[in-house]
Design a protein around this ligand. Sequence first.
Ligand SMILES: *Cc1c(COP(=O)(O)O)cnc(C)c1O
Length: 435
Amino acid sequence: MSTLALSGGQKQIGHEHSQIFRWPIVNQAMEDGILHVLRDGNMSGTDITRKFEQAFAEWTGAKYSLAHCNGTASLQCAMYGVGLGIGDEIICPSVTYWASCVQALTLGASVVFADIDPVTLCIDPDDIERHITPRTKAIMVVHYLAMPADMDRIMAIARKHQLKVIEDVSHAHGALYKGKMTGTIGDAAGYSMMSGKSFAIGEGGMLTTNTREVYERAIVFGHYERHNEITDERLKAGAGIPWGGYKYRMHQMSSAVGLEQVKKYPAEMAEIDKAMNYFWDLLEGVPGLDAHRPSKDSGTTKGGWYACHGIYKKDELGGLSVKRFCEAVTAEGAMGFSPGCNKALHPHPLFHAVDVYGGNCPTSKVSEVKPGSLPVTESIPECVFSLPWFKKFDRELIENYAAAVHKVIANYGELLPGDTDKGFEQGWALTARKK
Ligand SMILES: *Cc1c(COP(=O)(O)O)cnc(C)c1O
């Protein structure tokens, strides 16, 4: 007789519980803030945005915060801010969302892809060094799936080769690296705040930096309405019109939400952290699975655990595919389990073949990455799976979820005969896969 729900057995989780995954959590103050903007007659102003920036800077400890209409824009301004320009190269992990790097092309720079570390899933410092050329200007560090990257080693490499470091904190708002706030360690940082992210305000992005020059360059590039803040004479001489030809201010309705979000986010983050760590504690030592989380007492944390994933080792489960594993847990009534993560960027023709701006040659001046040259990146779809992102510490439900996983693992033999492992489609985005 079969035990697993996938083969006709009883489900582990029978009741409706989708409420625990609901996001973002909207409170009265957010609603009031939006109504205030709506009625104030100054929707395109920046007064509420500046208050939000101030509060964000206080929370992160960054010296300067500059709000943007989305995370993509904040990262583009961070690139311009650190001086990325024509002919330069920026080193970026291939496993990330496209908005970590495509903006470099608009600046006349090229993207060079590096491999990731199989434990952190963030850029591998050794592979950064292998990709440095005389053209390298910057490193884009993504704190991927909320896991802080190995910043000590990355900053040491950057100092040695005189490179700029940009942190993409779109997955890791509030995450600490050895006690330091992510986004304040490199030369500049960009954060997405779109509604799927852990720090969600609707559509919006933030740039933070401790360097006045980066801040002013970002302003001159995409924030014409704030050119009066510029003090650098070289920038001032051309002020008044945005150098990038972009207008990137954050909508005040998003700012109003952000101003409230920054007040309640630390408590939400603490609750998520407690829930997710409890879930993994219950699965400690189970064959086939490893948590994707920092070790305890390292001072490193995952903040809001955006897009939480686990590491999958099929060799410990008789070769059972990650896809089949996820199907079996899902059949037990669990939500949020799916195989893979972001599709690797490096094979995409945009980075080596497409002529975006009509120059009669590929826009990016780096050649195609050969198969086998980013081995961890290439193997990663089969080795990771997404997890339920618990927003509340509901002990009973979390224990039930862990029991569902234990049940599948204990009976994985039942799944092997039906495991045809035809592979699965990975997406360019994580949030598009709703559920
Ligand atoms: C979401 C995301 C972005 C882009 O942010 P938007 O607010 O959607 O423009 C950039 N980098 C990463 C890693 C992201 O996940």
